[in-house]
Design a protein around this ligand. Structure first.
Ligand code: ARG
Length: 564
């Protein structure tokens, strides 16, 4: 059911097959105001081809444009405004949704291509930051959206588990560390040690050398260094996995930076063969002058590799192992330069697949208008945020629906959903102000609002003893009061397509808010539970709304409690 496509096919014939149906479909617009029609076709660009005025073309087309799906066609200047037949179209839409259930809105253009998604990727031994939360929830939603479009997503947690900072951490641990303390509170304790290292290094610069040499040992496979590193990594992952469990996010791969330790020689060798490596201040770099980028640092003077070296190895590994159709990196915009350099180096190496790599940047999470940073103690710990959000959700359930059976589970779904939705509802490039009160509001554009609308729709169906299995298509309704809701339902796959093309979950977030609003307005105007001739069709519509709201929420990574 794609009415734009239907219209394009008819226009294709009416215009003597001179413009392709695909092109025509792209020309079809959706009027801002529904009173002007459901679809609009501007005739300006046809004037040259047909050597007639656009207004005349519109007039002539309108006389020939007939289809059972169109109720009427109006000409306004050079525009054809088309009104869909509410009854035919609504019944078609509702039946399609009820038949397809959660498959409704699915697209096929991804056709099984694999999409690697580099997401979350926190740094071991440091707190999971708001930036990592953003990467996790945006990445997870993009994975669900690309999957809905036919791709196969591969979620990779490129853990920051390698690099000079581990040399520093080992140094610091050996000087001031305490096994028991680290065991009790790993990330907090390791962070303290890391901060202490930097404080002490200000007055004792030799510490930096010790740090570098420990990292060198780590890269060379020194046993003592490796076992400490492994321990720090395991303990950190234990903490991170609690957060992933709360967020309901799983990964297909945990191959972090360390995984590429034995794969970097090959990269360096390839760069040498292609004569791309030059020496600069005793370090090895790839010059990117033509690309107007600063040189990409590949190897330090002591032979140690860098973040970029590991990313080069990772990109090649992903190409060879997943043969990706797209390779996405969901990482904050402050790393834009790094990804530009990465892609540029790969292109210089002659890998044309580098064009399939996309950095998916996002803005910062602010607290009182300022960046949250790990170093200065200003950081809001994510686990605390989630726990607090769940507590607040639980409090409001206690007020609104004290007899709810599975209160704890619903509080989790609502509390966590609120945090995720707050992150996804705006274009990802916007900075967002962190506010638990805003996230948890039951009105406005929030997760709880959409979930609540879903629960309300479910409750109507329960009260009416509605059984969607038993319904036939013989609905008795003119569908005019329902039209707004139906028009939004029709748009589902368009919003998914836009979200996929722009790697932008906010398209789906805005969509579910629109649908919830349209539904709530309808609910306020129409007595759905009143037994009358229209009731069957109305309940079928409410059922379709539940199907689409639930699926929309799922694509964002939110659950949909049936009662709350
Ligand atoms: N661990 C890095 C950080 O926290 C993010 C890694 C992003 N992914 C990548 N392939 N570089 O800043």
């Amino acid at each position: 059911m794609n009415f734009k496509k239907d219209l394009a096919a008819i226009l294709f014939e009416l215009l003597d097959q001179e413009i392709s149906a695909t092109e025509l479909e792209l020309m079809i617009e959706k009027p801002k105001n529904q009173e002007l029609g459901d679809l609009a076709f501007p005739c300006f660009t046809l004037a040259k081809l047909k050597r007639k005025s656009p207004n005349l073309i519109a007039q002539e087309l309108s006389e020939k444009l007939h289809s059972p799906t169109f109720e009427k066609v109006e000409v306004v200047g050079a525009y054809l405004n088309i009104f869909l037949n509410k009854k035919t179209v609504s019944e078609e839409v509702v039946i399609e949704i009820l038949q397809q259930q959660e498959k409704y809105g699915a697209l096929e253009f991804g056709k099984g291509g694999q999409v690697t998604i580099d997401m979350s990727s926190p740094n071991i031994a440091k707190p999971f930051s708001m930036g990592h939360l953003r990467s996790t929830v945006i990445g997870n939603s993009i994975a669900l959206i690309v999957e809905k479009c036919g791709y196969q997503p591969i979620k990779i947690n490129h853990l920051g588990d390698w690099g000079t900072q581990f040399g520093k951490l080992i140094t610091s641990y050996q000087l001031w560390g305490d096994v028991e303390k680290v065991k009790q509170n790993p990330i907090k304790e390791l962070l303290t040690l890391y901060i202490k290292f930097h404080e002490e290094a200000e007055t004792n610069p030799s510490l930096e050398d010790q740090g570098r040499s420990w990292f060198k040992k780590l890269e060379d496979g020194d046993e003592q260094a490796l076992s400490l590193w492994q321990w720090f990594r395991d303990e950190s992952l234990k903490e991170f996995s609690r957060i992933y469990e709360l967020l309901n996010v799983e990964f297909d791969s945990l191959a972090g930076e360390a995984f590429y330790n034995d794969k970097m020689d090959r990269i360096v060798q390839l760069l040498e063969e292609k004569q791309l490596l030059v020496e600069s201040n005793q370090a090895q770099v790839v010059e990117l002058t033509e690309e107007q980028l600063p040189p990409c640092l590949i190897k330090k003077s002591d032979g140690a590799t860098l973040y970029a070296t590991r990313d080069l190895a990772a990109a090649l590994y992903r190409k060879e192992n997943y043969n990706f159709a797209l390779s996405l990196y969901v990482v904050g915009h402050e790393q834009s330069l790094h990804f530009k350099q990465l892609i540029a180096v790969l292109e210089k190496m002659g890998f044309d697949w580098a064009q399939k790599m996309h950095h998916i940047p996002f803005g910062m999470m602010l607290k009182d208008g300022k960046k949250m940073s790990t170093r200065k103690g200003k950081v809001v710990l994510l686990e605390e945020v989630l726990t607090e959000s769940i507590a607040m959700a639980s409090h409001s359930i206690e007020e609104k629906n004290p007899n709810l059976a599975n209160k704890a589970e619903v509080a989790k779904q609502v509390g966590v959903g609120a945090v995720i939705f707050h992150d996804l509802k705006n274009n990802r490039m916007n900075d967002i102000e962190f506010s638990l009160e805003d996230m948890l509001r039951f009105e406005g554009e929030t997760g709880p609002y959409v979930q609540y609308s879903y629960a309300r729709a479910c409750s109507i169906l329960r009260k009416a003893n509605w059984d969607s299995e038993l319904q036939t298509a013989a609905y008795n309704n003119a569908w005019d009061k329902e039209w707004k809701v139906v028009s939004v339902l029709m748009e589902f796959s368009h919003s998914i397509k836009r979200a996929c093309e722009n790697f932008d979950p906010s398209q789906v977030a805005k969509y579910v808010v629109d649908l919830a609003q349209a539904f709530n307005k309808y609910y306020a105007e129409v007595k759905i539970l009143e037994e009358n001739a229209e009731q069957q069709s109305r309940l079928a519509l409410v059922d379709s709304v539940t199907v689409v709201l639930k699926e929309g929420l799922r694509l964002l990574g939110l659950e949909a409690p049936k009662e709350m």
